[in-house]
Ligand binder design. Structure first.
Ligand code: FAD
Length: 523
């Protein structure tokens, strides 16, 4: 851990120490037993709940601590002191993947029934998205939920589900509508519901202490009120949590690499060869120095991501970069350090063997490294536009032209006759009143870079009023740049892609979807 940090206060560090003490005293000594058993005892969740470790950022009204994201980062970095990737997975899924959707979009009843006992450690949750036929391509899931009276009837299968066999409930992604992202919903399903079956506990390369299961749904009927948020908003809800999930994976990878480096330093000091401690050999020293330097850089990227997220930024690019860099480095640190242990590194007796195989899982879960690269590439390459001065620069053989005129022409050519002002003021006539029936909401729109950047749109049960500036209290704040706004309004830009690449900042996704639907050309 570096000396001092702009991100962590004394309170953060005190909390970090408390977590570290708990893990070292009550978890690490049991690593071998829990890895063999393939489960984390329930008492551990309860104890963590009592200590306030399972609702770090959750609101106090549901038993959480309402703390900032850096408390969560400190917590996640300390979990690997357990020397079990499986423990890190089970606990982080419980707190940061199974329940955030319920907290954000679920009904009060769902929050009381699932979030409160999860924070107390009395109930353990899982997030069930991946299916035997689809993982990275979330929009293609097939597990269906069909509304029958007051119930959803679910059929399908989920696989690789952490806490799947031991958990009490699952936040399940189901298809309730059309093919693709727009037809997915999230539903909470209790384990043990008739028709819900743990088909198998999967044997894995690593993460042995966490259970990973395949779950089958056969006409499983769950009450209709178990739907989280609005029907068919599931993909967008999942997307809202992607950045947090990636940050979790990054912080755990950094914490794991810290432990591996510590263990390696101890070994290099204690083990002798050719009459000297291993730590005196330059070949090893320099490799360790490289790894430590890279780890420091990766750590700071993770912290920067947390800082952005804490300020309400989408941090799509940064969270994908942090996940990619930290987990890939975690894999390399474990691999290279194992080598420094010689034959002992290959023995189960030394935790380095466990870190080595556990690190392998981190570049696959919570979005693979290839998907992270794809997201970064999309933001970096596909969204690249030449700086305006460059656009204005005349081509080599072209007639010399007045630069300002070229600039105006280039901008006009790109925009066509469309302007934010024209599109905003035309909203009332473009409203599909049938699709906006029942929607009563005030939207504060901020279009960065536009001549008039602030607008208020009021939807009132089939009618629409647009005004300049921000008026009244908003139900939803939408912020994007001018180009994104024009692209969305003209249909040249897909809202899903824009959200995924972090081009739109929005305070309420469900309301944004209603907004888009009210004005879009089709369905
Ligand atoms: C230990 C463990 C625990 C897990 N826990 C959970 C859980 O709790 N809940 C849950 O829902 N899921 C969980 N998963 C599933 C995990 O999220 C998926 O394995 C992961 O998203 C990849 O999906 P997939 O396995 O179907 O691989 P695929 O999507 O089939 O990908 C196969 C390969 O193709 C690459 N690939 C796919 N698409 C592209 C593309 N567009 N460009 C380039 N390369 C691409 C992938 O990167 C990968 O290398 C867990 C997995 C593991 C191993």
């Amino acid at each position: 851990m570096p000396l001092g940090s702009v991100y962590f206060s004394d309170e953060h560090e005190a909390f970090r120490n408390e977590v570290r003490r708990f893990v070292l005293r009550h978890v690490t000594p049991h690593a071998r037993a829990w890895e063999t058993a393939g489960r984390i005892p329930r008492e551990v969740f309860v104890r963590m709940g009592e200590l306030g470790f399972l609702g770090i950022t959750a609101p106090e009204s549901y038993g959480g601590s309402g703390a900032d994201l850096f408390f969560a980062v400190a917590f996640l970095e300390e979990l690997p002191r357990s020397t079990m990737g499986g423990f890190c997975a089970a606990v982080s899924v419980q707190q940061f993947m199974a329940t955030p959707h319920i907290l954000r979009a679920g009904s009060e009843e769902l929050k009381r029934r699932y979030v409160v006992p999860s924070i107390e450690g009395r109930r353990v949750g899982a997030l069930a998205v991946t299916e035997p036929d689809t993982g990275s391509d979330v929009a293609s899931i097939r597990t269906s939920a069909v509304r029958e009276g007051d119930a959803w009837v679910i059929n399908g299968a989920k696989t690789f589900i952490t806490n799947g066999a031991e958990g009490d409930f699952y936040t399940v992604a189901v298809r309730t509508g059309e093919a693709g992202a727009a037809g997915i919903s999230l539903v909470v399903v209790d384990a043990g519901t008739p028709g819900v079956r743990v088909a198998s506990r999967l044997a894995k390369l690593g993460w042995h202490s966490s259970d990973t299961a395949e779950i089958v749904f056969e006409n499983a009927s769950v009450p209709a009120d178990r739907l989280i948020g609005e029907e068919n908003s599931g993909f967008y809800q999942l997307m809202q949590s992607f950045a947090l999930e990636r940050l979790c994976a990054a912080a755990i990878a950094v914490g794991s690499a810290d432990v591996v480096l510590d263990e390696t330093l101890r070994h290099l000091a204690e083990r002798h060869a050719f009459g000297r401690p291993l730590g005196r050999f330059q070949a090893l020293r320099h490799r360790l120095a490289d790894l430590a330097a890279e780890l420091e850089a990766a750590r700071q990227l993770a912290y920067h991501t947390a800082w952005l997220l804490g300020r309400g930024h989408a941090a799509t690019r940064e969270s994908a970069m942090a996940k990619l860099v930290c987990t890939e480095l975690g894999k390399r640190v474990a691999d290279e350090c194992l080598q420094f242990f010689g034959g002992y590194g290959y023995m189960e007796e030394y935790p380095i063997a466990r870190f080595y195989r556990d690190a392998r899982g981190a570049t696959i879960t919570a979005g693979t490294s290839e998907i992270m690269r794809e997201i970064i590439a999309r933001v970096l390459i596909d969204d690249w536009t030449p700086p305006l001065e460059e656009e204005a620069r005349p081509a080599a053989q072209a007639e010399p032209t007045e630069p300002v005129a070229v600039l105006v022409e280039a901008t006009e050519a790109r925009r066509g006759p469309r302007t934010v002002e024209a599109l905003m003021t035309s909203l009332p006539e473009r409203l599909h009143s049938d699709r906006s029936r029942g929607v009563r909401a005030v939207f504060h729109c901020t279009v960065r870079g536009a001549d008039a950047p602030q607008w208020t749109v009021r939807l009132n049960d089939g009618s629409c009023h647009v005004g300049r500036g921000h008026e009244g209290r908003p139900d939803c704040r939408i912020e994007m740049n001018e180009e994104t706004f024009l692209g969305l309004q003209t249909g040249e830009l897909n809202p899903q892609a824009a959200l995924l690449s972090g081009k739109i900042k929005v305070s309420d996704l469900t309301l944004l979807m209603r907004f888009v639907r009210a004005f879009s050309g089709s369905g």
